[in-house]
Ligand binder design. Structure first.
Ligand code: HEC
Length: 164
């Protein structure tokens, strides 16, 4: 009887740990999913090693940062602290001899890499060719890149700007 009882305890003990493992797996899966959701919502973290987005991935992205004065002001600060003005000019027009072939950011009609929010995000994140540097290694919070997207859109003619 004692031995059987002992067995009984053993078995229920084993049952408990299976349940615990199951619970741990569920917790891990839920945590991974919420991390993915966080990244999809633009609060992920980037590094210089982050693989470049494909054009399709970029187009599918939605800007999670509302087009608010706060977001645009945060983007403006990033524009100047990350040297964008050195090539694109303080006003974004890339006039004069600042940097010969830098894009006029105020005139989306002449852009060549796309003006959808996700396409702008990709331009900043992954860069283009030898002259537009990738910023994923320096502006590592996706949320900051989205604020920068909002700031750039605020340089556009009023009828092209997103509705707040
Ligand atoms: C070293 C100079 C340099 C710096 C610094 C730089 N850019 Fe650029 N940028 C360029 C050049 C040159 C191009 C055009 C590249 C091309 O079309 O191949 C470009 C292209 C772009 C484009 C794509 C425009 C299009 O035609 O679709 C955007 C958007 C942009 N830059 C924004 C920025 C922002 C924002 C920053 C700062 C975070 C920045 N750039 C920093 C030189 C620079």
């Amino acid at each position: 009887m004692w031995i059987l009882n002992g067995f009984g305890h053993e078995r229920s003990g084993a049952g408990m740990s299976v349940a615990r493992i199951g619970l741990a797996i569920i917790v891990a899966v839920v945590a991974a999913q919420s991390l993915q959701t966080a990244q999809a919502q633009g609060s992920g973290t980037l590094s210089a090693q982050s693989p470049a987005l494909t054009g399709e991935q970029a187009l599918a992205l939605k800007n999670p940062a509302p087009f608010t004065p706060e977001s645009r002001a945060a983007g403006r600060t990033l524009y100047f602290s990350n040297g964008c003005a050195n090539c694109h000019g303080a006003d974004g027009k890339a006039l004069g001899d600042i940097f010969a072939d830098a894009t006029d950011l105020t005139n989306p009609r002449f852009w060549i890499h796309g003006t959808e929010p996700g396409q702008i995000f990709k331009s900043l994140r992954d860069g283009w060719g030898a002259s537009m540097p990738p910023f994923k290694g320096t502006i590592t919070k996706e949320a900051d890149l989205w604020n920068l997207v909002n700031y750039i859109e605020s340089l556009w003619p009023a009828d092209r700007q997103p509705k707040p």
